[in-house]
Every structure is written in C-alpha cells, then in structure tokens.
Design a protein around this ligand. Structure first.
Ligand SMILES: C[S@@+](CC[C@H](N)C(=O)[O-])C[C@H]1O[C@@H](n2cnc3c(N)ncnc32)[C@H](O)[C@@H]1O
Length: 372
C-alpha cells in the first residue's frame, strides 16, 4: 500500500466510513492523525506458546491457535511488541476515548500491567464466560471457559468518556449489566469458512461480544479502530451499528475476508440493533448565591458535614466561611476532604426542623419551582 493512501485528513476519515488496511499496526497507527479515534477494540496475538500438538481422546487433532502471527521468541519480545502497539494506540485516541483489549490467561496479565504502566486507567475487567468452551481433553486442569476484556480510559484524570448505561440495561432485560458476559464461542453460520469448509480464521470473535463493546462505549457515527482486525468482526459490527471503522491486519488473506464481510452488510438492515442512550435532560444551573438571594438560605445560616465534625456560615454572596477558610461550598468541602474536588451540594447538610438534609434538597426545590 502506498504511503499516499495512508495519509489521513479529518475529511478523509469522515467521507470514507469503513477502511481495512494491510500492514503492521505499529507502522499504520503512526500514520493516523493523533487524537482522531473514539474507541479502540484490540484482540492482539495471545502468545499461546503451544509446545506440542493437542489430541482428543479419540486421537483426532485439535485445531488450536498455532498460527505464525501468534509466535514470539520470548515474553520480553511479546512485552516490547505490546508496549509499542499500546503506546501507538494511546496517541491516536481522542481525549474522551476508551480502549478494550481482550486476552486469555496466557497474555492478559502482562498486557494489563503494561497498560497500567503506560498510564491507561482501567474501568472494568469484563469476563467473557464462554457457554460452549473447548473441553480440557487431557483432564489435567479445569476447562478454561473465560477470556478477559480490559476496558480502560487514557488516564486517571480523564473526566469524559462514553458509557451507555441505559442501553446496556435495556440489553439485559431492564437490570444493570454486570462485568460477566455469557456468550457462546463463534460457531455455526456466523463462523466464516474457507473454500475447504475449514475455519477461515482461528480466533474469530462472536459478534455478540463486539455488539456489547460497541453499544456500551461508543455513539452512532463514532470512529472505531481495531489494530488486529483478523476476520473483521469489529468493523462488521461497527457497520451494523452505524459507526465508522478502521481495521488493520497484517495478513492479506484476512484483509480480503474482512473486506468481503463488510461489503455484504447493509446498515439499514440492522436498525433494530442500533439502540441509543436517551438524551440527558440538562439541568438548570443553580448557584448557592441564587438560593441566598431567593431566600432559600439566609445570610448567617449554619451548614454542616454529615458527621457534624465541620460547620460553616453562609455569606451574602453564597460563599461559606469557617476555620478552614472562605470560599464556595465546593472549595471548602474539597479543603476539608483534602481532595482535588468536592461536590458541595452532596457534602453539606442543613437542619430542616430537626431533620438533617443535604443542601441539594433546597436546590431541587428551587429547580422544581423555577422550571415547573
Ligand atoms: C487474535 S486475532 C484477531 C481476530 C479478530 N478479532 C476476529 O474476530 O477475527 C489477531 C490478528 O492480528 C493479526 N496481527 C498479528 N500481529 C499483527 C500486527 N503487528 N499488525 C497487524 N495485525 C497483526 C493476525 O494476523 C490476526 O489476524
């Protein structure tokens, strides 16, 4: 692929909704504009390091993952590779983006440690519980029935990221979804076969898994990137869910499979899957000064912390004053908590005829009165 085709401009990313690139993801990621991606899903080589062939009790050979792309000469080499591709991913992520990385017990602990070292901040470790796992044929340990998906933001400080809580609740019959996802392995008609009827890719992931990843942590129109695209599962589901997608894959045969898979999808046929988070009603901003002005608090009223260890007097501009200092309810709260921030509305209380109530109750009353 010529370099020219790999020069992205912001317009370019918007105009062409789906792209699969052939090459090493570390090289290609460096050509993608920094801070341009909304969500990454990565299913990197697992470094399985299978030493011997595996046979079933009836002596038939098990088709495990023995592909060249999964081979590394040592753990150090694998770690170096992991640091490189994860660092390159970090660069292309927008400031409100998140990343998912899937792996098995063979690699996920190494990957998780590297992510933390690079500054990523883990939001969840989702367990994919495979309802139809491959048995442990030799019966020498438990059947391995899980894989882990690490979901992380770019840094601890990152404030904004997408999480479609209500969509996930809807997918889970009205109950909050947990971090254990029971999903079968990809089999049957979903599994792509080659012309000899064999699996076209040894680790094709189930679309249901990607559906949850994409629906939970991206919005319609977002740009999703998969640096290890394989048979194209992420890009296919992204297209079904009306997102844009970039896939990177180093094996030409998988690039072709992914492209064919994408071509067959008509986004319009999947409208029923495209669940949306209800828009949050933006609440009217109310200041403490406003509450004083309108008589909800009087100058000189005393507010206090839940444990009554600290109290403060309300001033005429809505600020408060005590031994700690003078400032907003948030600032003095943060100073007491010795933390960077504090939501003063949920920190300070007042006495309502003998009942202790959060000052937020007065703010709620004000909003109801002023917005109907
Ligand atoms: C675990 S598989 C991904 C399977 C994919 N999630 C699917 O559902 O089909 C990893 C893929 O990454 C590709 N790969 C390995 N190293 C790569 C690299 N450095 N750059 C790009 N692709 C790579 C492999 O060829 C393989 O297809």
């Amino acid at each position: 692929m010529s370099d020219e085709k790999l020069i992205f401009s912001s317009n370019d990313l918007i105009e062409k909704k789906y792209r699969i690139y052939n090459g090493d993801c570390i090289d290609i990621l460096k050509k993608i504009p920094k801070k341009s991606i909304d969500l990454i899903f990565a299913d990197p080589p697992y470094n399985l390091q299978l030493k011997n062939e595996l046979y079933r009790p009836n002596q038939t050979k098990v088709n495990g993952v023995s592909d060249e792309w999964d081979k590394f000469s040592s753990n150090e080499e694998y770690d170096k590779f992991t640091i490189e591709w994860l660092s390159a991913c970090h660069e292309v992520m927008k400031d409100d983006a998140t990343i998912w990385v899937i792996g098995s017990y063979h690699n996920i602990f190494r990957v998780g440690k590297i992510m933390m070292d690079l500054g990523f901040w883990i939001l969840n470790d989702v367990q994919w519980y495979k309802t139809n796992p491959m048995p442990n044929f030799r019966g020498v340990r438990f059947t391995n029935a899980t894989e882990t998906l690490i979901w992380a933001k770019k840094s601890e400080k990152q404030k904004r990221y997408t999480f479609n809580h209500n969509v996930m609740k809807q997918l889970n019959g009205g109950k909050q979804m947990t971090s254990v996802w029971s999903i079968p392995l990809c089999t049957g008609s979903e599994r792509i076969k080659d012309k000899n009827g064999k699996k076209a890719h040894s680790t094709q992931k189930p679309e249901e898994l990607l559906k949850r990843v994409i629906l939970s942590s991206s919005k319609e129109g977002d740009l999703i990137l998969d640096p290890f695209c394989g048979s194209g599962t992420t890009c296919a589901v992204a297209k079904k869910l009306n997102r844009r997608a970039i896939g990177i894959e180093k094996e030409v045969k998988y690039v072709e499979i992914s492209k064919q898979r994408l071509t067959k999808i008509n986004t319009e046929d999947y409208k029923h899957l495209q669940l949306k988070e209800p828009e949050k009603k933006s609440l009217q901003r109310v200041s403490m000064g406003e509450l004083v002005k309108k008589g909800y608090f009087k100058v000189g009223d005393r507010i206090f912390t839940k444990n009554k260890k600290y109290s403060a007097i309300i001033l005429d501009n809505g600020n408060i004053k005590n031994d700690v200092g003078v400032g907003s309810i948030h600032k003095i709260g943060a100073m007491i908590k010795e933390s960077e921030s504090c939501n003063g509305w949920m920190f300070w209380c007042y006495n309502d005829g003998g009942n202790v109530k959060l000052i937020d109750e007065k703010r709620k009353k004000y909003r109801i009165k002023n917005t109907g």
